[in-house]
Design a binder for this molecule. Structure first.
Ligand code: FBP
Length: 560
């Protein structure tokens, strides 16, 4: 028998909360349809590409006193993309709902992400299998992957595998790219009269899969609390030793929601927000000037220490860098099979090939970067054609450039302090943490609700649970058509339909909270120390949601 830690033993016993509408089970539900929907942009193109699944209404569930029965169903589930705390609970909720509807129902888990449904690699879930994973972090129950499901051959293979297992519905648990896969698969299944439904679940620590219907993706709550704990601990260390500047890069591939939330929970001296950098067209050198100014002013006040929070995706939002990376992504898509690039023996040769092909302005930006960053920019793209920003050490680039600038200032007598910096990258530390009570409840509800959507015969929908700052019993369960969130974007050099990422809104209440306070936080140390996530104890500590969710919901409720 595997030995478990005391917390593992206690968390396995935790019973996640459900919205009251779902509490009497999936056979006692009524479906309430909202109005027809359209995509966020490019309506004509999205409608043409999703002729069978476009424009469906949003839906919500109401519990009814009558209890129906449900025919036997086999369902398959896929975990897709980066890990996010709570994935196991989505599967547990789905499993419990499916068995509640009919104990003869079966749930299959496809192994290793979307490739599992193509290769026919799966497990069948049982009570004892599921019970070992309840309320735990990680995706290790069936693994995950980033295969993009988009070709006719892949869809055919997926169909054959589902047919062999008698599967009539597939649940894809993923972020914006994975739910784009879900929308494509749903459309193909309907178009080809397969009778197989597809439902998505909003996952990603990045917090960028959200809109009016989806208040937050799961995992954001736990991941940001984990990073905030670590930043708080570093702030305490910095404030004790008073000798280091800590540059902390925080995961969140594109949008800065994670960095912003972690900053609001801890109040560091400097927080960069990629969306602001882009909107203000801040060049790399103006970012260096902004950060150097705070470092110099703090040094003048006798403080040669501080904390700077940097979002992972920053580099792509700096206008000259973004232009160069976009040009580079297109070039890398053509170089994938180019023998001169593949067989280049030195990294310098690769730099030259790339610089030769980049447009002039982009080539000079690329050439100006330190070799380490140039090399990291050439690393393999993800399956969606994006540069893997988690591998680019922006925090080290900033430290190097600020050091050079401070040396210049020192030689002119304009800097009298010391600058000794430590770099950190917090990302993987937060993606598999034990889900907070919020994520444990939210994920279980999303999974339970996904089966309710299946039971009503819906396809091409994202499981939606709303009203999340209220107690769980008041949460609103329902579904949102995936096509409603889509627009056309360039991927691998081609225009493709994709779910639009939600970036930080600079006119929204969350960014305002930072903007209103950052000068104070820069000079006066207003550090907060959130400490570790608490699972047992007072509700005021254990059940609080993120500052982002609280501010966004307060604004939304005030405008109703
Ligand atoms: P998803 O969008 O799939 O949820 O993944 C998000 C993420 O955690 C990003 O924050 C990060 O840039 C990326 O995954 C890292 O990917 P990998 O796990 O492949 O290193």
């Amino acid at each position: 028998m595997t030995k478990l830690s005391p917390l593992q033993i206690e968390r396995l016993q935790y019973q996640p909360k459900l919205p009251s509408s779902l509490q009497s089970g999936v056979n006692s539900l009524e479906l309430v349809e909202g109005s027809a929907t359209q995509s966020v942009r490019d309506q004509e193109q999205i409608k043409a590409l999703f002729a069978n699944t476009y424009g469906k209404p949003t839906v919500t569930f109401k519990s009814t006193s009558s209890s129906g029965s449900s025919e036997i169903k086999n369902v398959g589930v896929i975990l897709s993309g980066g890990q996010a705390p709570g994935g196991h609970n989505v599967i547990a909720g789905l499993y419990d709902a499916l068995k509640n509807a009919n104990p003869e129902n079966k749930l299959y888990g496809f192994l290793g992400g979307p490739s599992g449904i193509i290769d026919g690699k799966y497990v069948e879930f049982t009570d004892s299998f599921i019970n070992d994973y309840r309320n735990t972090g990680g995706f290790d129950i069936i693994g995950s992957g980033r295969t993009k499901l988009e070709t006719e051959d892949q869809f055919q293979e997926a169909f054959k595998v589902c047919q062999n297992l008698g599967i009539s519905a597939v649940v894809i648990i993923g972020g914006d790219d994975s739910n784009t896969n879900a929308a494509l698969l749903a459309e193909w299944f309907v178009k080809n009269n397969t009778g197989i439904q597809v439902i998505g679940c909003p996952k990603t620590i990045d917090g960028d899969l959200k809109n009016e219907q989806i208040e937050i993706s799961f995992g954001f709550d736990t991941a940001t609390k984990t990073y905030a704990e670590l930043i708080g601990n570093i702030q305490r260390d910095a404030n004790s030793a008073k000798k280091y500047w800590h540059f902390v890069k925080i995961m969140g591939r594109s949008a800065s929601h994670v960095a912003l939330e972690a900053a609001l929970q801890t109040q560091p001296n400097i927080t960069l927000i990629s969306e602001e950098v882009e909107a203000k067209k801040m060049s790399l050198s103006s970012i260096i000037d902004y950060m150097t100014d705070i470092i110099v002013r703090r040094a003048n006040a006798g403080k040669n220490f501080g904390i700077a929070v940097i979002p992972e995706g920053l580099i792509e939002f700096i206008p000259e860098m973004g232009s160069m990376i976009s040009n580079l992504n297109d070039i890398m898509a053509t170089l994938e099979n180019d023998p001169s690039f593949i067989n280049a023996t030195t990294i310098r040769e690769k730099f030259e090939i790339v610089e030769h092909r980049l447009d002039d302005a982009n080539a000079s930006v690329y050439a100006s970067l330190p070799a380490l960053i140039k090399e990291q920019l050439l690393a393999d793209r993800d399956p969606h054609g994006n540069v893997q920003v988690s591998k680019i050490e922006t925090e080290k680039l900033l430290i190097e450039m600020i050091s050079t600038k401070l040396d210049e200032l020192k030689s002119q007598g304009d800097f009298i302090g010391k600058f000794s910096a430590q770099s950190h990258f917090f990302g993987y530390e937060g993606r598999c943490a034990f889900p907070s009570n919020f994520d444990a409840d939210y994920c279980y509800s999303l999974g339970y609700n996904a089966f309710a959507l299946i039971n009503f015969g819906l396809t091409g929908y994202l499981s939606s649970v709303r009203n999340l700052t209220a107690p769980a019993s008041e949460w609103i369960a329902g579904g949102v058509p995936l096509t409603m969130m889509m627009n056309m974007e360039k991927r691998h050099g081609e225009m493709k339909p994709v779910i639009q990422k939600a970036l930080v809104r600079l006119n929204g209440p969350v960014f305002k909270q930072l903007a209103d306070n950052r000068e104070d936080w820069a000079m006066n140390d207003r550090y907060l120390f959130p400490g570790a996530i608490q699972y047992f104890g007072p509700s005021s500590v254990c059940d609080i949601t993120t500052v982002t969710l609280q501010l966004e919901r307060a604004k939304e409720l005030a405008s109703v």
